[in-house]
Design a protein. Structure first.
Length: 343
């Protein structure tokens, strides 16, 4: 039996600056040995994700590129298919189309997140168009994508049971939004496996990518205070039971005002931290950082990454705290002190 492929380590880079400037960040990640760079999509918060991907594709040679994630609510699936094909042509074998329910794309413009049923239909349309097949658009016209790109993998980001099962059933890979806690990972991967088995697929062949906030530090308590808004957002959006599994009991109001545009992407991060301190204690934030995130020394982070790989995770993408600056410090810290230990 051949050994399992090495764990792919990526980093999330928000399109928070001009595309030509962000390319330098991506190039640095490539030089330091990162496997992937993932770009989120939110039309009012950042520059256009496919414009940024185009610049990154033209400015790099090896590193994988992906959306983490775009959506099928603000973008019609046919538009997404064309954009994905266009990027894949510039970076053959390097592009992954990550899709999700919308979150910060739909909220600021008053739209609803994509339902599981709509996601299933949208994924079917995307796959057909990228494969060069005709699609029946609402029974009115049949059309196809010229110059299709069947090699674009479709990865579905999921945290709830319905979309986790859907990912296992129809997606080419899964982006797990449950952090690195073994307790929540076990539950999430079980739902993915259920979906795969129901569709007659082998769940062990599905790539599993885990997103995790990361900080290389020898003072977890000090760094953990910065992620109180992340913890509060998870609790407010139905994740309180997952937090409770790790001994984190918090009570966050259903509506949190005075934070624009939302807790995870707050423009005034310090104010969001202070606000969330009313519900998230320093002790709870530290436990959240230790259980769900990759906070610690290079040795500790390396051990956690090795454990994720042993669990069956095939990739991670690391996030820094902040939406409107590139993760320069995180890339340097992980690239110089963690990645060499993994290799």
């Amino acid at each position: 039996m051949s050994p399992a492929p090495a764990l792919r380590v990526g980093v999330r880079v928000p399109p928070c600056d001009r595309a030509d400037r962000l390319v330098e960040t991506v190039r640095r990640a490539e030089r330091l040995g990162f496997d992937d760079v993932w770009f989120p999509d939110s039309q009012l918060l950042w520059r256009d994700v496919f414009t940024t991907l185009t610049a990154a594709a033209l400015g790099t040679e090896r590193i994988g590129l992906g959306t983490a994630v775009t959506n099928l609510a603000t973008r019609h699936p046919a538009v997404v298919a064309s954009a994905a094909r266009s990027v894949a042509e510039l970076a053959p074998g390097r592009f992954t189309l990550g899709l999700g329910v919308g979150n910060s794309s739909v909220g600021p413009v008053g739209l609803r997140q994509t339902t599981s049923a709509a996601m299933r239909d949208g994924l079917g349309m995307l796959r057909a168009l990228l494969d060069g097949q005709e699609w029946d658009f609402e029974g009115k016209v049949r059309s196809r994508l010229r110059d299709p790109r069947p090699d674009v993998p479709l990865h579905l980001a999921a945290s709830g049971p319905k979309n986790l099962r859907l990912a296992g059933e129809v997606a080419d890979g899964v982006i797990l939004l449950s952090g690195v806690s073994p307790r929540t990972l076990e539950g999430a991967t079980a739902r993915v496996r259920e979906g795969a088995e129901a569709a007659g697929r082998n769940a062990d062949e599905l790539p599993l990518t885990v997103s995790a906030f990361c900080a290389v530090t020898d003072d977890i308590e000090a760094e953990a205070r910065r992620i109180k808004p992340i913890c509060a957002s998870i609790a407010r959006n139905g994740g309180a039971p997952f937090l409770a599994l790790a001994g984190i009991d918090v009570d966050v109001p259903a509506v949190v005002e005075d934070v624009y545009p939302d807790l995870v992407h707050a423009e005034d991060w310090d104010a969001a931290v202070d606000l969330c301190s009313a519900w998230i204690s320093d002790e709870a934030a530290t436990r959240f950082a230790q259980e769900f995130c990759l906070f610690g020394t290079p040795e500790q982070i390396t051990e956690r990454l090795d454990a994720l790989h042993a669990f069956g995770v095939t990739g991670v993408f690391l996030q820094h705290v902040g939406s409107y600056d590139p993760p320069t410090e995180l890339i340097e810290a992980v690239g110089t002190s963690v990645l060499p230990r993994l290799t």
